[in-house]
Design a protein around this ligand. Structure first.
Ligand SMILES: *[C@@H]1O[C@H](CO)[C@@H](O)[C@H](O)[C@H]1NC(C)=O
Ligand SMILES: *[C@@H]1O[C@H](CO)[C@@H](O)[C@H](O)[C@H]1NC(C)=O
Ligand SMILES: *[C@@H]1O[C@H](CO)[C@@H](O)[C@H](O)[C@H]1NC(C)=O
Ligand SMILES: *[C@@H]1O[C@H](CO)[C@@H](O)[C@H](O)[C@H]1NC(C)=O
Ligand SMILES: *[C@@H]1O[C@H](CO)[C@@H](O)[C@H](O)[C@H]1NC(C)=O
Ligand SMILES: *[C@@H]1O[C@H](CO)[C@@H](O)[C@H](O)[C@H]1NC(C)=O
Ligand SMILES: *[C@@H]1O[C@H](CO)[C@@H](O)[C@H](O)[C@H]1NC(C)=O
Ligand SMILES: *[C@@H]1O[C@H](CO)[C@@H](O)[C@H](O)[C@H]1NC(C)=O
Ligand SMILES: *[C@@H]1O[C@H](CO)[C@@H](O)[C@H](O)[C@H]1NC(C)=O
Length: 772
């Protein structure tokens, strides 16, 4: 059967011209980037026009070795980026190393070395040499022609406070280098890069971009990865959206930029598969290289109810990702393998529609890496690198990076290991438990900062805690298993002697309760649209627990203090200490004690001592009423009354204005508020059978939000105040990152630039995107 097939390539790049001069700096800039123009004389740095990144000369990083050269004028074009106009070469000595300092030990870094020969030495003979990261072999630099630019990239975890990049003469010409970049990465990114394994980029491709010649990098990608357009109009159709694609930020594994995810491809002939392939390049130091593939998916079309896009991902004709996959609408989702795949003579990736699928397969982006072993990354010892021992390993199932509300619910088989902290580390992170963020049944929660500056919340179990070891372990286990953008994620845990703690992502805006009560530090108040978003996001988190987990999980303590908000006011459900798995077939859950918080407890569950997912629906209904009314779950004045009862009476009289929070000053769509109040009343029906499911609630709240958003401008915040997430307008309209027309122009490749592979060379000249 004919297939829509393409070869994976990393393209040579020609980058833009630059202007501007700054003073010299050998320090990372404010975002921690180090960008070095190798062979740039003097001490002055300059700002690259397109990326606005400052490039510094390399003298401070290399001890007076090598010499500076300009490339030959015939290779200089007006759009050629400044750092490719000069090189540093090392005619004497076998090995020369750049030393990059200001490294945070234990953190992950992206290293990128760039090379443009440009006949700088007048010999007309491009060299071949080796590149090392410390003592670890990184890659061979096979410079095949004078004009192309070779990019080599590695992602490694650096154990020391410095890292060295070394050029080694292998007897095939004088090593040289044009540029060297260092980009810090959050430690959660690229879980496959760890203390013993580094990733060497083979290709990072953005499928189906509308502008087929524009690469995407900083600032669209805050990590300054280079995403190469891959369009093949003979075999693939492009699909795109201007709507924002949500990152499943709870995972922070790949953080593919929205701009990359906004485009995708499907096969031109809908009955064919999407296929691409690469051939391994055995190296003397690694005869059977292992490969990692991270594939990124998001549905970009709003599908009618009877339509289904579902596919398998295969490697060499065998399922690679074990389950049928359905991308989620406007949510970024990834599959990846944790253990490198080795030993194949050829790597065919094929994505085929399942028999049930009514739509062809689709993919938005892919990253392919080979792995290198990394021991003692920073150290430069003169010993040769240890040779890799390689075990053939053919069956390496892929994992799924994230599952989000709606669409499919792949069983989460996340391979991410949560970090284990010692008590001593917690002391450092929290500066001796200095700042208390809050306290609960479990103990106190403290503010902390990881080594890389990431702010975290540390929940330390206290001896007097009424939440026992069992609940602590239950929560840790639950959180390792579940991942959703609307559930607070766990970064790590500590079980060190008697000390137990959980380390969570930091939620800077605190609990929803503080925003509703409007007291404390969060004085402002939330407008209706913000409230609806918070309600919707919380509902999505609960829906995931009920529907996305197998068996379903019941939170059992849904309340406004357990819904936390981050800086973007995104809501996440917290506190899984009471969460229980629930099987429909279970006749009862052994609940020795009744749990929950007064005002939120399901009366039916109270009577039957048997929580169900509908008990969470009930509690959520109370939270929703709090959002509508701005009042607490139990009103104290004049006498204790449940908020439900209070609201039910007023709503029965048609008095919506008497129920809506007066602090919103009527600035909301009345129908939207009515509808939300109605959902809340349905959720809090006495009989659980009459309550909706969280899936229904999510759909209904979405309609509420649409009503509010459709409201004529004039009142309210058309742009959502300081809350900007999920805006339905195109976040990039009017923002032309490449407006100066000088950015990398892939179309140049067809007029002379070669296309190449950065892990050795492809055997034949490909007909990749450049040819079109
Ligand atoms: C390299 O080029 C720059 C700018 O074009 C020029 O100022 C400099 O003198 C040249 N250096 C050498 C060694 O030719
Ligand atoms: C596509 O990108 C290139 C390179 O950035 C730019 O020069 C060109 O104007 C863009 N084309 C369109 C149609 O936006
Ligand atoms: C589409 O692919 C199918 C299966 O390979 C083939 O039978 C059919 O002829 C193709 N259609 C077109 C229009 O090329
Ligand atoms: C992969 O596809 C190529 C054709 O592109 C084919 O020659 C080869 O046999 C396939 N390899 C495997 C292992 O399926
Ligand atoms: C898709 O590929 C898998 C694995 O190669 C195969 O088992 C399956 O039959 C294919 N599905 C369809 C509908 O062709
Ligand atoms: C790094 O990852 C590889 C592949 O998953 C694994 O075999 C190895 O044990 C890991 N090393 C560490 C230190 O975690
Ligand atoms: C395809 O649909 C059938 C019938 O609804 C269902 O039993 C089967 O599990 C579906 N297959 C997949 C892969 O979802
Ligand atoms: C303010 O909120 C806290 C909880 O965050 C609550 O305990 C306290 O009673 C509230 N104070 C007032 C005056 O409402
Ligand atoms: C370097 O690349 C060229 C062109 O692809 C190839 O012929 C040659 O074998 C490569 N050299 C090495 C040492 O791999």
């Amino acid at each position: 059967m004919a297939q829509a097939r393409s070869r994976l390539l990393l393209l040579c790049l020609a980058v833009a011209a630059t202007t501007g001069v700054l003073r010299a700096r050998a320090q990372p800039d404010s975002i921690g980037f180090i960008s070095i123009d190798c062979g740039l004389p003097g001490t002055a740095s300059y700002v690259d026009d397109t990326t606005k990144l400052a490039y510094v000369p390399d003298a401070a990083f290399i001890d007076d070795a090598g010499s500076n050269h300009n490339i030959s004028t015939e290779y200089i074009t007006p759009t050629l980026s400044r750092r490719y106009r000069n090189v540093r070469s090392f005619p004497d000595g076998a090995r020369h190393c750049y030393t990059l300092r200001s490294i945070v030990p234990g953190l992950k870094y992206l290293l990128r070395a760039t090379f443009k020969y440009g006949n700088y030495d007048g010999l007309g003979q491009p060299p071949i040499f080796d590149l090392y990261i410390g003592v670890n072999f990184w890659s061979m630099a096979n410079i095949t022609d004078a004009n192309s630019v070779l990019l080599l990239e590695a992602i490694v975890l650096v154990p020391d406070d410095f890292v060295q990049v070394c050029l080694v003469n292998t007897g095939s010409g004088t090593p040289f280098i044009s540029g060297l970049d260092l980009r810090p990465l959050k430690s959660t990114l690229y879980p496959q890069a760890n203390a013993t394994q580094g990733l060497v980029l083979l290709g990072r491709m953005n499928f189906g971009p509308t502008n087929t010649t524009a690469i995407i990098r900083y600032p669209d990608d805050p990590h300054d990865r280079v995403w190469i357009p891959w369009v093949d109009t003979a075999t693939w159709n492009s699909v795109s959206t201007t709507l924002r694609v949500e990152d499943t930020s709870n995972d922070d594994i790949f953080e593919v930029p929205t701009k990359v995810m906004q485009t995708a491809i499907t096969p031109r002939n809908a009955s064919q598969n999407i296929e691409f392939f690469w051939d391994p390049e055995p190296q003397p130091k690694d005869p059977t290289p292992g490969y990692i593939a991270n594939m990124h998916f998001s549905e970009l079309q709003l599908l009618p109810g009877n339509a289904l896009r579902q596919f398998y991902i295969n490697l060499n004709g065998k399922p690679w990702y074990p389950e049928a996959f359905t991308p989620t609408y406007l949510v970024s989702d990834s599959t990846y393998n944790s253990n490198p795949s080795r030993g194949f003579p050829h790597y065919n990736i094929s994505i085929n529609a399942t028999a049930n699928s009514t739509l062809p397969p689709m993919i938005n982006a892919v990253e392919i890496f080979s792995v290198i072993s990394t021991t003692n990354v920073g150290t430069d010892s003169q010993d040769g690198p240890a040779s890799n021992s390689v075990k053939p390993q053919n069956e390496t199932p892929m994992s799924h990076a994230a599952a989000a509300g709606g669409g499919s619910y792949p069983q989460s088989s996340l391979q991410l290991e949560n970090r284990r902290f010692t008590y001593k580390e917690l002391e450092m992170i929290t500066n001796n438990f200095q700042r208390e963020l809050g306290r609960g049944g479990f103990g106190k929660v403290y503010d902390g900062f990881l080594e890389d500056g990431t702010q975290v919340a540390v929940k330390l179990r206290s001896d007097s805690s009424n939440q026992g070891v069992k609940e602590f372990l239950a929560e840790a286990q639950t959180l390792t298993r579940i991942h959703h953008k609307n559930l607070v994620s766990m970064i790590g845990y500590c079980k060190d002697g008697e000390y137990m703690a959980l380390v969570y992502e930091y939620m800077s805006e605190g609990a929803l309760q503080e925003h509703i009560s409007g007291n404390g530090s969060n004085e402002g108040f939330l407008n209706w649209k913000q409230r609806l978003r918070i309600a919707l996001e919380s509902a999505e988190g609960l829906e995931y627990l009920h529907k996305g987990c197998n068996p379903p999980l019941i939170h059992r303590d849904v309340k406004a203090t357990n819904i936390l908000l981050n800086a973007k006011l995104e809501a996440k459900i917290a506190d899984f200490g009471l969460t229980k798995a629930y099987r429909e077939t279970d006749t009862h859950i052994s609940t020795s004690t009744l749990v929950g918080t007064p005002g939120y407890v399901d009366p039916e569950c109270h009577a039957m001592l048997q929580p169900t997912t509908k008990s969470d629906v009930y509690s959520f209904g109370v939270v929703l009423l709090e959002l509508v009314t701005g009042r607490p779950a139990i009103l104290r004045d004049p006498e204790p009354t449940s908020l439900i009862q209070w609201a039910r009476q007023r709503l029965a009289r048609g008095n919506i204005e008497g129920v809506a929070d007066p602090r919103m000053r009527g600035d909301h769509d009345v129908n939207s508020v009515w509808k939300a109040a109605d959902i809340a009343l349905k959720c809090t029906e006495q009989a659980s059978a009459q309550r909706p499911t969280m899936t229904d609630v999510v759909a209904q709240l979405q309609e509420c939000l649409e009503l509010e958003e459709a409201r004529a401008p004039g009142g309210g915040d058309a742009n959502g105040g300081y809350y900007t997430g999920g805006s339905s307008s195109d976040p990039y309209s009017g923002y032309n990152a490449y407006g100066d027309g000088q950015y990398t122009d892939v179309s140049q490749i067809s007029t002379g630039f070669e296309v190449e592979h950065n892990f050795g060379r492809v055997p034949t000249m490909p007909t990749g995107p450049a040819a079109r």
